[in-house]
Design a protein around this ligand. Structure first.
Ligand code: ADP
Ligand code: MG
Length: 357
């Protein structure tokens, strides 16, 4: 059902996205690294899960944001290896680890007890599983920009491990998704000379909001699935307000289905969005309270640098151009704002509405 608010897990549950799904599957098969990028709620996790489900070999899914939240602000090496071991053991029950114990593994004659197992040891095991099964194992990190909180060196230790795997473990491939696209690129450093991953080849699949026509079609198909005949005007108006971000379309469709009233459905959607976005904003504000001020400035129509600066200074005192510049650049990298023709704009119209209140 399209209006099911959880991430989709199979191709059949998804609207459109054939092209993206094929590109991801091709990336998984042919590239050691595949990136899936796009703004929040556009459908990255759904696509990743659907692709992992169709991938002919074994795919392991980890949510880096969850690991980060569980570790209250960082991801420790033991937490990462424990999570990987837990997933492997869980999957092992279904048979693919037959004859291969993760509890006690023999690596080149050395017995390693789980307690001593490091990230590299686990990668070796996974690579070994790939070799046995005849398909590369996919290690997929959702919201991978959070991996920069791995260990104490901005995730460098993890990157070094991944670089080593890239170079010497042919039966293992990585997929990274990221909502904070610039941060993900900065972290992985595939184009950054000083990064362990510099120069490695990778496939990048961008997931975009649906264009107008497809957004309306999305709602029409969703409504017809739940047996509702919804006037075309209501559908058009909803897309005017919500744009083509599937997460919001699903939310709206679900609310309309439950309440049978377009106005109420839209209100409920915005209210729900407010709660979801509030948490994200709090996380931003912990990094710098000025992020919220800048976002608010842009949302109320101050699109130019000088206007934003006036607003921020009026609210929180003087700020240097260098500091403001770095905050604005970060907001761009995190996918909150974009720059078009010298003007800053909020990327997601629903976020803009919430900010404006
Ligand atoms: P992201 O990981 O990019 O934040 P999700 O995959 O979690 O996005 O999707 C957000 C919401 O939108 C979920 O409710 C999901 O079910 C829905 N969704 C995303 N893409 C599609 C699609 N192609 N068809 C149907 N529902 C979708
Ligand atoms: Mg996601």
């Amino acid at each position: 059902m399209l209006f099911d608010p959880r991430p989709k897990e199979r191709r059949g549950e998804m609207f459109d996205r054939e092209v993206e799904l094929e590109a991801i599957l091709r990336g998984m098969g042919e590239y050691p690294i595949t990136l899936i990028i796009g703004i929040r709620r556009v459908g990255k996790s759904s696509l990743l899960k659907a692709a992992l489900n169709e991938y002919p070999g074994i795919g392991l899914y980890l949510d880096a944001r969850r690991l980060y939240a569980a570790g209250s602000g960082s991801i420790s090496a033991p937490v990462m290896t424990d999570e990987l071991r837990r997933i492997l053991l869980g999957r092992g029950r279904f048979g693919f680890l037959r004859g291969m114990s993760v509890e006690k593994v023999n690596l080149g004659g050395i017995q390693i007890k789980p307690r001593d197992m490091g990230f590299m040891d686990v990668l070796e095991i996974i690579n070994g599983i790939g070799e046995r099964t005849g398909h590369k194992v996919i290690l997929a990190f959702d919201e991978a920009q959070y991996l920069r909180f791995y260990g104490s060196r901005g995730g460098k230790d993890l990157l070094a491990g991944i670089a080593h795997a890239y170079d010497s473990m042919p039966n293992l491939s990585f997929v990274f998704t990221g909502s904070e696209v610039g941060l993900l690129h900065d972290f992985l450093g595939l184009d950054d000379y000083s990064s362990p991953l510099y120069g490695r080849i990778y496939e990048e699949v961008e997931v975009r909001p649906f264009p107008r026509e497809l957004s309306e079609e999305f709602l029409r198909v969703g409504f017809s699935e739940v047996g509702l005949n919804v006037p075309q005007d209501d559908i058009k108006r909803a897309v005017d307000e919500l744009d083509g971000i599937p997460g919001w379309l699903v939310e709206f469709g679900f609310n309309y289905w439950k309440k049978g009233d377009p106005k109420k459905a839209l209100e409920t959607t915005i209210a729900k969005a407010r709660n979801m976005i509030r948490e994200e904003l709090l996380e931003l504000e912990r990094r710098s309270p000025r992020y919220a001020l800048i976002l608010r400035a842009v949302s109320i129509g101050l699109h130019r640098w000088s206007k934003i600066k006036d607003y921020v200074e009026a609210k929180s005192g003087p700020i240097t151009n260098a500091r403001l510049g770095s905050l604005i650049r970060n907001l761009e990298k995190m996918g909150w704002i974009k720059k078009e023709n010298g003007e800053y704009l909020i990327v997601d119209p629903v976020v803009e509405k919430v900010l404006r209140e």
